[in-house]
Design a binder for this molecule. Sequence first.
Ligand SMILES: NC(=O)c1ccc[n+]([C@@H]2O[C@H](COP(=O)([O-])OP(=O)(O)OC[C@H]3O[C@@H](n4cnc5c(N)ncnc54)[C@H](OP(=O)(O)O)[C@@H]3O)[C@@H](O)[C@H]2O)c1
Length: 141
Amino acid sequence: MDLGLAGRVAVVTGSSQGIGRAAALLLGSEGARVVVTYHRERDRAQAVVGEIGKGGGDAVAVQSKELAPAGILVNVIMPSATRTERMVARLPVQFLERSAQASPRRRLPGPDEVATAIVYLCSGGNTAITGEIVRVGGGAT
Ligand SMILES: NC(=O)c1ccc[n+]([C@@H]2O[C@H](COP(=O)([O-])OP(=O)(O)OC[C@H]3O[C@@H](n4cnc5c(N)ncnc54)[C@H](OP(=O)(O)O)[C@@H]3O)[C@@H](O)[C@H]2O)c1
């Protein structure tokens, strides 16, 4: 399916790692020109830019404070507990397992699953959703 992302610019805040990284990679693979932003981890952001470039995409890395409002659709994804690299490294395995068992699907979403919601909001299919907070949690609240 053509998501209508070719040539569109997607600014993904916090995309040097975790959910933002997964979203940036997916957007890049769908033809969007991706602005990868980071806080301190410039090398990680550059690595994401490199991965997008290897796949034939176009991306740049900027520190998030350099961005200014630009008249684009703006939405917030509100994930529940998500199995990002940092989460898995920092939280006890028992906590992650308990959280998974407490959720309706009995598993926590991965960053790729959150990324697909982000890509939809950025796609040509979305012309009217803006200013929303969208929960992505596999039914967890
Ligand atoms: N993972 C979860 O289970 C979960 C659940 C609920 C909500 N969330 C929220 O979802 C968002 C992404 O989560 P994640 O797990 O993907 O996080 P992550 O892996 O820790 O990545 C965080 C990203 O945000 C950037 N960042 C951190 N502090 C910043 C600041 N002050 N200004 C600008 N950029 C900053 C980081 O840049 P550097 O790499 O340069 O540090 C990195 O790119 C976070 O807001 C988190 O609180 C996550």
